[in-house]
Design a binder for this molecule. Structure first.
Ligand code: ADP
Ligand code: MG
Length: 178
C-alpha cells in the first residue's frame, strides 16, 4: 500500500492592488482552486506598519524596503493559509518570478506575469520555505496551531470531507463527513 502523502502549508498574500480589482481577485482565486489548493484559513486585513515590518524584516535596509512597507499597508490584503502537496514550491511556481518584467517575459501565464504592476506591486506573496511558512502564519493567524492542525484537521483536507465557501473563500470541515 502507498503511504499517504502529507499536505504542506504555505502563506499566501494577495496584495492590495489585487484586492481592489474584482476581476484579478476572482481570477487568482480560481487559479488557487483549479490547482487543487485547499484554503485552510482566510483573512482580509490592512497590514499595520508593525506587521509589515515584522513580515519583511529580512529586507530591512534594501532600497525598496520603504516603498514595500508603504504599499503593503496602503489597503486591504487577503491573507490565506493554503494546503497542498508541495504547497510551498507549487504556489511559488504559480506566482512566477519576483520581478514583474521578468515574469511577463519568462512566465506570462504566472500570477505575477498576468497581474503584477511593478517589482513592488507584484500581485501576491508566497512563503519560501517551511520555516518561513511557520513564521509568517504565526504573524497573521496568532491562534493557529500548526501541530494541532496536522493532528486533527490535515486528514480532512488531504483525503476529503470538506465544504467550500466561495464567498469567504475558505474550506471548512464538512460536519456531515464526520
Ligand atoms: P518574493 O516575494 O518573491 O519572495 P523577495 O522576498 O525577494 O521576493 O521580496 C519581497 C517583496 O519585496 C517582493 O515580493 C516585492 O514586493 C518586493 N521587491 C523585491 N525585489 C524588489 C525590487 N527589486 N524592487 C522593488 N520591490 C521589490
Ligand atoms: Mg520572499
Amino acid at each position: 500500500m502507498q503511504p499517504i502523502r502529507s499536505l504542506e502549508l504555505t502563506l499566501a498574500i494577495l496584495k492590495p492592488h489585487i484586492v481592489k480589482s474584482p476581476f484579478a481577485l476572482q481570477k487568482i482565486r480560481d487559479l488557487i482552486i483549479a490547482n487543487d489548493f485547499k484554503v485552510v484559513r482566510s483573512r482580509r486585513l490592512i497590514l499595520t506598519t508593525e506587521e509589515a515590518e515584522q513580515f519583511y524584516a529580512d529586507h530591512k535596509g534594501k532600497f525598496f524596503y520603504n516603498r514595500l512597507l508603504t504599499f503593503m499597508s496602503s489597503g486591504p490584503s487577503d491573507v490565506h493559509i493554503l494546503a497542498g502537496y508541495d504547497a510551498i514550491s507549487k504556489w511559488r511556481q504559480l506566482l512566477g518570478p519576483t520581478k514583474v518584467y521578468q515574469a511577463q517575459f519568462t512566465d506570462p501565464n504566472s500570477i505575477r506575469g498576468m497581474f503584477g504592476l511593478s517589482d513592488t506591486r507584484n500581485a501576491a506573496h508566497g512563503s519560501d520555505s517551511k520555516d518561513s511558512a511557520e513564521r509568517e502564519i504565526s504573524i497573521f493567524f496568532k491562534n493557529f496551531d500548526t501541530q494541532k492542525w496536522f493532528e486533527n484537521e490535515e486528514a480532512f483536507y488531504n483525503l476529503g470531507g470538506l465544504h467550500f465557501d466561495p464567498r469567504n473563500f475558505v474550506h471548512t470541515i464538512d460536519k456531515n463527513s464526520l
